[in-house]
Design a protein around this ligand. Structure first.
Ligand code: ATP
Length: 296
């Protein structure tokens, strides 16, 4: 995504009207409308946004990611679903250069994440699973810091920080230390940091976990518009309804392997995604409950 095309709705951060929910919703939708990237769209037929080839991670002599292949087309909204411990976070950590694979290759927009890390990392924004932030900074300082780390000039960073604070409904907490944020607010400020350099690809590990429904809807609107403008999003989630509603592609992962991948309609094959997931992955426990848990 071109930096110039990132939203620049020049709404002052201290505009009191932003404290009103309706005004906030209006501004958020204005920002959403603006996250349309004219430069990314024409390339959407070319190189995949993310190409994972024969990726393996061995921990303690156990392959927790066992030779996965995944091609994420540009302009797609891709869901990666799996049970706890399936290997989603490990895969996404390797895909974004945070964890060295035992074997395999990852290309981001054609750039090898290990051989051309600067080129590849410029193209991607990452929301990791467990977020370690400089939490003595305020939310505004943290987003600004992320923008400056990406080499953006001060004015651009200031505009984008303001836009992102509004979009994430964090203007009221902009001056508060991140250490004092709730889990959902921390997730949102981390998401803002992942987006500030207007990457071509967003890799988001459980982006809606702990986020309130209003903020989740606002973030979903932003991500949909980003994809409509040619950006690519990959999210991991356990929530099948969300993935079925939000994503156009999905991969089902279990025990370090991809069991099915493709468009959501292809993968669910006439069933709901949840039914398809359970039928592929199995693991439903048939029991009569825990006897000692019954009230006497
Ligand atoms: N650093 C590590 N050392 C050893 N084992 C690890 C390490 N990190 C992850 N694992 C193991 O790898 C497997 C996959 O973990 P991972 O976090 O990728 O799963 P996940 O699909 O993201 O799970 P969840 O949905 O619960 O977040 C698990 O069995 C986990 O215990």
């Amino acid at each position: 995504m071109s930096e110039e095309n990132f939203p620049h709705s020049a709404v002052p951060a201290h505009d009191e009207s932003l404290q009103q929910p309706a005004a906030h919703a209006q501004v958020a939708s204005q920002i959403t409308d603006n996250i349309v990237d004219a430069e990314v769209a024409p390339q959407s037929q070319g190189t995949p946004a993310l190409d994972i080839r024969s990726l393996v991670k061995i921990f303690d002599q156990r392959a927790v990611v066992d030779g996965i292949n995944l091609t994420v087309p540009r302009g797609s909204f891709y869901g990666l679903v799996g049970r706890n411990g399936a290997g989603k976070t490990t895969s996404l950590s390797m895909a974004t250069g945070m964890l060295k694979p035992t074997q395999g290759q990852v290309l981001i927009g054609g750039a090898d994440i290990w051989a051309q890390p600067l080129d590849a990392k410029r193209k991607v924004g990452v929301l990791p699973d467990s977020v370690h932030l400089f939490d003595k900074l305020t939310g505004e300082q943290l987003i600004t810091f992320a923008g400056r780390l990406h080499g953006l000039d001060r004015q651009t960073v200031a505009q984008r920080t303001r836009d992102l604070l509004i979009a994430m409904d964090l203007t009221g907490a902009a001056g508060q230390q991140v250490a004092d944020y709730s889990a959902g607010m921390t997730k949102k400020v981390a998401l803002a940091c992942a987006m500030i350099h207007a990457p071509q690809l967003l890799v988001l590990d459980e982006p809606f976990e702990a986020v309130d429904p209003v903020s989740a809807s606002n973030i979903q609107d932003i991500l949909r518009a980003y994809v409509a403008g040619g950006g690519t999003v990959i999210i991991s989630s356990h929530v099948m309804d969300l993935v079925q509603r939000l994503c156009d592609h999905v991969a089902i992962m279990d025990k370090g392997r991809i069991l099915a991948s493709g468009t959501v309609d292809e993968v669910r094959a006439g069933q709901s995604l949840e039914e398809r997931f359970v039928s592929l992955v199995g693991g439903r426990v048939v029991s009569e409950g825990i006897s000692w848990l019954q009230s006497s």
